[in-house]
Design a protein. Structure first.
Length: 297
């Protein structure tokens, strides 16, 4: 008799489940690419239109021209109505930079008071501050304008920047408060034992540890101030003080229609560069700040 070796039964993987998994993954990737195409289409259109003559921007359906031209960018060097475009960029930089400094100083001080100092009415004041997020901007528009007009501050940057230095941005105060509440209290107690006051604790301990939240607030503040249109439109009257967003309006003719589409789109593309560079320089802190601040009390 010949010995027979036992055979091990082989198990086959369910092909149906594997096929459904691959089909689901393929559908997910296709859907993501479609959403990405919809999101990026305006940006791609602006890039392509900036290299087209003004007459082809509206009439042509092609994203990129067959014969790119640089006249739109060369025309920016000549300025708009005898005003250099660098004046608009300088004004926007002053506005955005001043807003960032004001937000970081005032909101961090206010957040430290709410997070680290116990005083009467703290919870009530914090709730009232959060409630201001529900207040529409347009409700305060006319009273604020009347007040600044009586103070003769219209056509200056004071109405645009004053609120930044008074911690009126409740969202950034809330963001920093949540971050500071998650810091170990042992650090504060050790600093008090060493004789540190609130100002020294705030400057030497809390601020260095809150760098992700500070940079997150700086990024959002810079982007919001750089793209702000309503505020400069209301308070700035002289073209020499216009920001980039207002400078683009000067491409219109007397009928309110853009007379130079090529220059307008080229300036729009150039105006994106500072925001993009600022975001790329600090975007790694943005994710860290949003992840670590959380919503824990």
């Amino acid at each position: 008799m010949s010995a027979t070796t036992p055979t091990t039964p082989t198990t086959s993987k369910p092909l149906g489940g594997l096929g459904r998994k691959r089909a689901g993954s393929l559908a997910w990737h296709i859907g993501s690419l479609l959403v990405l195409a919809v999101v990026l289409y305006p940006v791609v259109w602006v890039i392509g239109a900036s290299f087209k003559p003004s007459k082809e921007i509206i009439n042509s359906l092609q994203l990129f021209p067959a014969h790119p031209v640089l006249e739109n960018f060369k025309g920016l060097a000549d300025g708009i109505a005898d005003i250099s475009i660098w004046t608009f960029f300088q004004n926007s930089l002053i506005y955005a930079g001043g807003a960032v400094v004001g937000i970081l100083i005032s909101c961090s001080l206010t957040a430290y008071a709410f997070a680290k100092i116990r005083f009467a009415g703290r919870n009530l004041l914090f709730s009232l501050m959060i409630g201001t997020l529900l207040l529409p901007y347009h409700v305060l528009l006319i009273p604020q304008y009347v007040m600044f007009q009586k103070l003769e501050l219209v056509n200056t940057y004071v109405p645009l920047l004053l609120g930044k230095y008074l911690a009126t941005e409740a969202f950034f105060v809330f963001l920093m408060v949540q971050f500071m509440r998650n810091l170990p209290r042992e650090l504060d107690e050790a600093a008090r034992i060493d004789g540190c006051g609130h100002l020294r604790i705030y400057w030497s301990i809390v601020l260095p540890l809150c760098r992700p939240a500070l940079i997150t607030s700086a990024i959002f503040t810079f982007i919001n101030a750089w793209n702000d249109f309503m505020g400069p439109l209301i308070y700035l009257n002289e073209p020499g003080k216009y920001t980039v967003s207002l400078g683009m309006m000067m491409f219109r003719d007397s009928d309110g229609v853009a007379a130079n589409y090529g220059g307008l789109i080229a300036m729009s593309l150039v105006a994106l560069l500072p925001v993009l560079l600022f975001f790329l320089a600090f975007q790694r802190y943005l994710i860290d700040g949003m992840a670590t601040s959380g919503l824990k009390g």
